[in-house]
Write a protein that binds this ligand. Sequence first.
Ligand SMILES: Cc1cc2nc3c(=O)[nH]c(=O)nc-3n(C[C@H](O)[C@H](O)[C@H](O)COP(=O)(O)OP(=O)(O)OC[C@H]3O[C@@H](n4cnc5c(N)ncnc54)[C@H](O)[C@@H]3O)c2cc1C
Length: 415
Amino acid sequence: MVGEVQLMQSLKPSDHVVVVGAGLAGWRFVEAVRRDGFIGAITLVGDEPHLPYDRPPLSKQVLSGKWDVEKSSLATHELVAQHEVTLRLGVVASGLDVAATTVHLANGDALSATHVVVATGSRARIMEFSAGDHVHTLRNRDDVIALDAALSVLQTGDRVAIIGGGFIGAEAATAIQARGLVPIVFEAAPRPLINILGADVSSWLEGLSARVGVELRTDQRIADVVALEDGLVILMDDGSSLSVGVVIAGVGALVNDEWLATSGLTIDNGVVVDENLIAAPRVGAVGDVARFMWNSPLGMELVRIEHWQVANDHAAHLARYWTTGTPPEARLVPYFWSDQYGKKIQMLGHPAPSDEVLMVAGGLDQQKWLALYSREGVVTGVVALSQPRALMLSKRLLDETTSLDAALAQEPWVS
Ligand SMILES: Cc1cc2nc3c(=O)[nH]c(=O)nc-3n(C[C@H](O)[C@H](O)[C@H](O)COP(=O)(O)OP(=O)(O)OC[C@H]3O[C@@H](n4cnc5c(N)ncnc54)[C@H](O)[C@@H]3O)c2cc1C
């Protein structure tokens, strides 16, 4: 019965897939579904005016000035033509009629489809300060263009405040320093990344910024940011203040699911989908926007994960499922990396910050290490600092559920 239902949903040449969200997951779905043999119509809808592009380089190579922003492109007009995709860029999707698989656009148009992919991602969280738009965020190509313009008028040695010491904040600080400016990072928590990576790992990463001369102020509460004629002033809760040239806020992301509020889909911190990324018959969701049933080492878990690799894997999974009726066999193993303060942090799995952590290779003195996360005696994650080969060798600990004891006996990171 399940097989029959799936066959009815499988793609036929006469079908029309509307993909909403022309970012990484949306574009990767287009590539994957064509690779898997779908020859029907595809329409790609995006609210940004740009062809699909990649975000990780924005806070790294592009912001530091090493790459022109064009180099972050994922698709060219030639590639779009090759994939026979109708583009609807610069238009906002405002609603979805699930039963009719019809996407409504804010300009009044309606796109009638047989299948819909929701790939609307997430957006930067905005902090409400008096300085308003003078506080930059770092999510979109236009954000980095505006930020680059603001940084370009500063003099070498001028201060740039970065609110948030998480991944985006640390990468921005690294890039700002590479431009000859002086980043100062303000973090609300006692240590950066403590709420994501947990107490042990965040303490092992402590000092990375200081080693390269980036000032990090922890336990900081910012009361306001005020724009003056000659720059900005950060006002702290304790009454102190600091004048800076530019302010960047990197304080997390919000999921772009509001446009689906009346669709009838289950929306709960993202579009809730099953293990095959299905939200409703012939409606799927992929990437940052998808809250999906993940076959974790400890059983099924409902998760939403904002990682580049997850967006790729989701796109490939849904395309395969809709073209062949069978999902890929391999378990999805979330992968994340961040380049900050001259180091590469990499993580496999989706561990909780409260999981047990054991450093099993390298050491703090070498500034190179690999650690295992575990819960109930089962490996839930692997995190490494500048140990890329050892990390990838350890992936098999997550491909199959592995006990901590078995992992310690196997030591895959050593081979
Ligand atoms: C600066 C930066 C650096 C990053 N670095 C890393 C990294 O080093 N490692 C890592 O693993 N991950 C990184 N990430 C995360 C990674 O880029 C995301 O997980 C990935 O982009 C998710 O892809 P997506 O397609 O789901 O969403 P997005 O890339 O957000 O794309 C969604 C698209 O849909 C559009 N959209 C939204 N609503 C609508 C609507 N109603 N109608 C039409 N279009 C709409 C959006 O504007 C956007 O263009 C980084 C993210 C950022 C912002």
